[in-house]
Every structure is written in structure tokens, then in C-alpha cells.
Design a protein around this ligand. Structure first.
Ligand code: ZN
Length: 198
């Protein structure tokens, strides 16, 4: 039986596709949106459209940006010989919030997971290897300390080490199974300072 009008059901169905949004949350959000004033609701939908139209991967580090090359990769203040490899742009933002890292990043957009059928070709590894043809001194692997993050770290180490580039891994301080984006800045810094050579 349909409890809601077709348009509301449609909105609920769309919202429930978002990660972490179950049926109940989708309903709550849908009713909230329907009750918003028109300008605010349109601003929300316009921002989704604009982001989808304009945001793409940075040509260098693969983070999400609305420019061809992101501000970090463009910056002359950053050390371009030090590349921190992270799983996603949110992890990059977490390290940026510490304000203490002056190198650049490489965003993989995922991690290797044999269980989920995600292989090395499904993440932005080729782009990383391409960058390493330039003058890079250190690759800091800052993937999560989950099984997938560790698998990815091992894989990257095996690829990069033969190139004669220093490979380091952020130290624990980041709890096992912990997501980098949820970790406080002090812990992240400790993990970065205590990184170990691989
Ligand atoms: Zn970039």
C-alpha cells in the first residue's frame, strides 16, 4: 500500500540510496525538504547539480576539485617531493586540518579489497606511479589501518620501493580499524611524526 504521494515516495527512494541513510532517515529528510521554503530547497538541489557538473579529479593528485589542478598541487609553498597517499579526499582534508603537513597528496579513491572485488586497477594507483617518474623523495602511506588499508599499503610498498624512493607508513596512534577522517588532529600528527620506513 502506498502511504505517501508518488513524489514523496520518489524523493524517499532517492535519499535512501545515500550511504548511512536508511528508510527512516530518508523519510525524515524527505519530509524536511518538502517543508523547507522553496528558495532553500532549490539552493540544495542546485548545489548538487553544480557539484556534479563542476567537480572532477585533480589532474595531478586525483582529489576532488573544481579546477584543473587543485590548490594544493598548484601551491609553490608545498613540498612536491613528498607525497602522502590517502584513500579519499576526506582523509586529505583531515590531514590538512592539522595544518602541519607541508607535502602534497595522492588520493586513491578507495582501497584494495579482494573480498569486495576491488583490485589495484580500480583505484588511482596508475596515476600515482606516473607521478613517481618525477623527482619524488618520499611516499607516505596514510591509508586506513583496516584490512583493506593494510593490503593497499603492502601493495604500494612493493611497487614503490624498487624505484629507490623512501616509503613510510603512518604509525599507529591511528587505532586498528579506525577511519582517518574521524580521528582527532593530535593523534593524526603523532601518527605522521612516528611514521616508519617500509
Ligand atoms: Zn591536486
Amino acid at each position: 500500500m502506498e502511504y505517501f504521494s508518488k513524489d514523496i515516495s520518489h524523493l524517499i527512494a532517492e535519499l535512501s540510496q545515500l550511504p548511512g541513510i536508511g528508510q527512516k532517515s530518508a523519510q525524515r529528510l524527505a519530509f524536511y525538504i518538502v517543508n523547507m521554503n522553496k528558495d532553500d530547497a532549490y539552493a540544495l538541489s542546485d548545489s548538487i547539480r553544480q557539484a556534479k557538473d563542476n567537480v572532477h579529479y585533480c589532474k595531478v593528485c586525483c582529489t576532488l576539485t573544481d579546477q584543473e589542478i587543485c590548490p594544493i598541487c598548484q601551491s609553490e609553498e608545498r613540498n612536491h617531493n613528498q607525497i602522502m597517499v590517502v584513500e579519499n579526499s576526506r582523509d586529505m582534508a583531515a590531514y590538512e586540518r592539522t595544518g602541519k603537513y607541508n607535502g602534497v597528496y595522492h588520493v586513491l579513491h578507495g582501497a584494495i579489497s579482494p573480498l569486495l572485488g576491488i583490485g589495484p586497477d580500480d583505484i588511482r594507483l596508475k596515476e600515482l606511479m606516473e607521478r613517481l617518474k618525477g623527482p619524488v623523495e618520499e611516499v607516505i602511506i596514510a591509508t586506513n589501518s583496516s584490512l583493506e588499508g593494510e593490503t593497499t599499503a603492502t601493495y604500494i610498498t612493493r611497487l614503490v620501493k624498487p624505484l629507490g624512493i623512501n616509503v613510510t607508513r603512518i604509525a599507529s596512534g591511528v587505532p586498528v580499524g579506525g577511519d582517518i577522517e574521524n580521528i582527532d588532529e593530535v593523534t593524526l600528527l603523532r601518527a605522521l611524526d612516528g611514521r616508519i620506513k617500509l
